[in-house]
Design a protein around this ligand. Sequence first.
Ligand code: FEO
Length: 407
Amino acid sequence: MTTLQAIKITERVYWVGAIDWGLRDFHGYRTSRGSTYNAYLILGEQPILVDTVKANFWSEMLTRINSIIDPTKIKYIISNHSEMDHSGCLLKAIDLIHPKKVFASKSGAQTLQEHFHCSHCLITPVKNGEKIQLGNTDLTFMETKMVHWPDSMFTYFENEGVLFSQDGFGMHLASEHFFVDMNELSVIRYEAAKYYANILLPYSSQVITTLDSLVVFNIKPQLIAPDHGPVWRGEKNIHYITELWRKWARQESYLKTIIIYDTMWQSTEKMAITIADSITAVGGDGVEVRVMPLSGSHRSDIAVELLEAGALLIGSPTINQQIFPTIADIICYLKGLKRKNLIGQVFGSYGWGAESIKILQEEFKNMAVETIAEPVKAKYIPTDDTLTACRILGEKIATVLNDRNND
Ligand code: FEO
């Protein structure tokens, strides 16, 4: 009896991954609830390992595999995604198992080679839509380019209707409850949205392609088993997450405004609060406002709020003819995420040169934010006239958002 056990997912599929309870940063994304790296074992005449785990979790994965099968009995490995949270133990697994083949997409085979420079790995590229039979196991491979890397693919285990979706439909959530429906729905929805916003949003057109490909290949899973977070089971839950992904990928306008700012002597802060108050006063019950000072808002928490927003406002004081470094950080991050279909405007205070406004305006052009009204700037301390301009900006944002969402 080993201490860490494989978890039965279906009659023939076991979870043999690792739980990273302490993870709080995933390449710049704050993972407040930790994460899991999911690897799966398909039992049968030719046992198959689907993905591996992050390098430092090798012994945890191996212990779980050992709890159900002698690892050397595994005949094949599938690498659905070569990012290191899933391929970190691949070389060790190959050296222990000596699989007959390691399946990956064509791009995945190349990426794994570039990562590992491995002459003995027997990495075998598979085609989009290719079907193979390994003993009593029938598999279909489906390319999912940019969900999350060019190499990404899904593997469908036809005999039991299990779709192994690597980053697809995943979330960073460490939980001992291995099925989504065993967890609190509000937590599931939030973490799924946070994952989409921070990892998949820039690739939304490829997400639509992926969702459409499931129909093209007639893949109707009973379970979706991602590489992070719990497993989706049953028609209702699978419909829930696939429709959420489709909705997020459309990047529609929502009745929500995000106001991001940093402040030196509370002038820009006063402007932010005034704009927010005006939006709330004019917008009516359906309009939401999130004021997110960078003194207490992480970039990945801002990204998740922006996923279901329709307006973005950013305020920065001028410092040494620049925007605040914290503002530069969030702009860099949001530019990469490429949220479409936003309206907004910029604001900020200054002393003798209002460079921050000019820089922010240029950045809004780069981000393709449709600017509404004029930017608002305050010399030193906002006057009554400046605060009135903030209220007018807020009114215009609320009015345009309402119009867009009532069309
Ligand atoms: Fe979980 Fe793109 O790796």
